[in-house]
Design a protein around this ligand. Sequence first.
Ligand SMILES: *[C@@H]1O[C@H](CO)[C@@H](O)[C@H](O)[C@H]1NC(C)=O
Ligand SMILES: *[C@@H]1O[C@H](CO)[C@@H](O)[C@H](O)[C@H]1NC(C)=O
Ligand SMILES: *[C@@H]1O[C@H](CO)[C@@H](O)[C@H](O)[C@H]1NC(C)=O
Length: 183
Amino acid sequence: MVILLVLGLVLSLANAQFSRDFTVQKNHNMARVSGTWNSLFMASDNMTRIRENGDLRLFIRKINILKNGSLKFDFHFMVQGECVAVTMVCEKTETNGEFTVAYEGENRVWLSETDYRTYVIFYMENIKNGTKTHVLAFYVRIPKFEKSYLKRFEYVCKIYGLDSQSIIDLIDKDNCYVVPKRT
Ligand SMILES: *[C@@H]1O[C@H](CO)[C@@H](O)[C@H](O)[C@H]1NC(C)=O
Ligand SMILES: *[C@@H]1O[C@H](CO)[C@@H](O)[C@H](O)[C@H]1NC(C)=O
Ligand SMILES: *[C@@H]1O[C@H](CO)[C@@H](O)[C@H](O)[C@H]1NC(C)=O
């Protein structure tokens, strides 16, 4: 009995440790996140904001790290059938991988995880009119669905308390997407 309790405690401590390390992964090399990205999935605890006509339904184009450490996101979204470009400069904070930006309220943005080469996951906390909303975004270098991406995203969403029903698929939903010229 005692052994089981101790084992349980050790396991829950291990889990707590894991999720803390996971959500606040240190030492991201932000420069390597620069470049072209495509939105593949999003998730939120308020679906209205990421569904069609949602104010946080944004399609990523490009991420650049600026000289002063800010992170510049080039997005576009649809407004009444028109593609609108929006640039968001997220100011860096004292915490590595954490940024703030005003857009449809106040936001705190974290780079959750990335392999730099194929995918990146951002986590955002939005406060608009006193209401807090959590959003996760999964971006890929090459706009192509992979089962393993969805599995990974589901796993990460769960850590942030969002189940798979909170996930929307953005592939082929990007009406502004123009196939880039091969160089
Ligand atoms: C979800 O977002 C919509 C649109 O901004 C808002 O009207 C609604 O109150 C939000 N719901 C919750 C539960 O925050
Ligand atoms: C960093 O540079 C960008 C672009 O020049 C600017 O918009 C932003 O305000 C700067 N941030 C800080 C903290 O100086
Ligand atoms: C903000 O919240 C207040 C109080 O809940 C509400 O009366 C007001 O209509 C909201 N404003 C917007 C823009 O949603």
